[in-house]
Ligand binder design. Structure first.
Ligand code: SF4
Length: 206
């Protein structure tokens, strides 16, 4: 599947944001946004987060383009369409540490439930062309094309840290971010950080 081949190239640019804080991004691919709702469940710790990280990209901020020089990117959702694919590749190219954030990113989970139905092109044709009385057409234009199969993030790009959960509880998100902060936030050191995260009491699947 040449189109969806892993992209492990990195063009991370300058890291570190205002005041030398690491730059954090959160990304919403093919998911229900429940992982981001859990992120918001960090409640008052979000004020601490704003002191620890420079949040440079997120669906909860009105920033259109994924920036260069990101230190940590939390990526919610599976890769389901061409927009997801392009953004995932940009995230990988511009981020030092990519975190698969939640079960849809880690395994495909709910988003991948369409996979047993096969290539959605046949379903779209049946619904929008063969079964309509007028103006038959498959939606296109601004609507990104669906991929033949929904893919977990690590099948498209290299992933450094896996954070399971549907959604991951807020405490797990906090533990992961604090653990990553305790490292030097580079790909080379993430493996030791992973070991730290794996020992955390709140790191569980499900
Ligand atoms: Fe939603 Fe669960 Fe998927 Fe997160 S892992 S995007 S909460 S379905």
């Amino acid at each position: 599947m040449a189109d969806t081949a892993k992209n492990s190239g990195h063009d991370q640019g300058q890291g570190r944001g205002q005041g030398g804080r690491p730059r954090l991004a959160t990304v919403w691919l093919g998911g229900c946004s429940g992982c981001h709702m859990s992120f918001l469940d960090l409640d008052e710790w979000l004020f601490d987060l704003a002191e620890l990280f420079d949040v440079v990209y997120s669906p909860i901020a009105d920033i259109k383009t994924f920036p260069a020089g990101v230190d940590v990117a939390l990526v919610e959702g599976a890769v389901a369409n061409t927009d997801n694919l392009d953004l995932a590749r940009d995230v990988r190219a511009r981020s030092a540490v990519v975190v698969s954030f939640g079960d849809c990113a880690v395994t495909g989970n709910v988003t991948a439930m369409r996979n047993p139905l096969g290539d959605p092109a046949a379903i779209l044709r049946r619904v929008y062309v063969e079964r309509v009385d007028r103006d038959p057409q498959v939606p296109g234009g601004a609507v990104p094309a669906l991929l033949p199969q929904v893919l977990p993030l690590h099948q498209v790009i290299d992933v450094d840290v896996f954070m399971p959960g549907c959604p991951p509880p807020a405490e797990r998100i906090k533990e992961a971010l604090v653990g990553l902060l305790a490292g030097t936030l580079t790909r080379a050191t993430t493996r030791s950080t992973k070991a730290t995260l794996a020992r955390g009491a709140s790191i569980r699947f499900g």
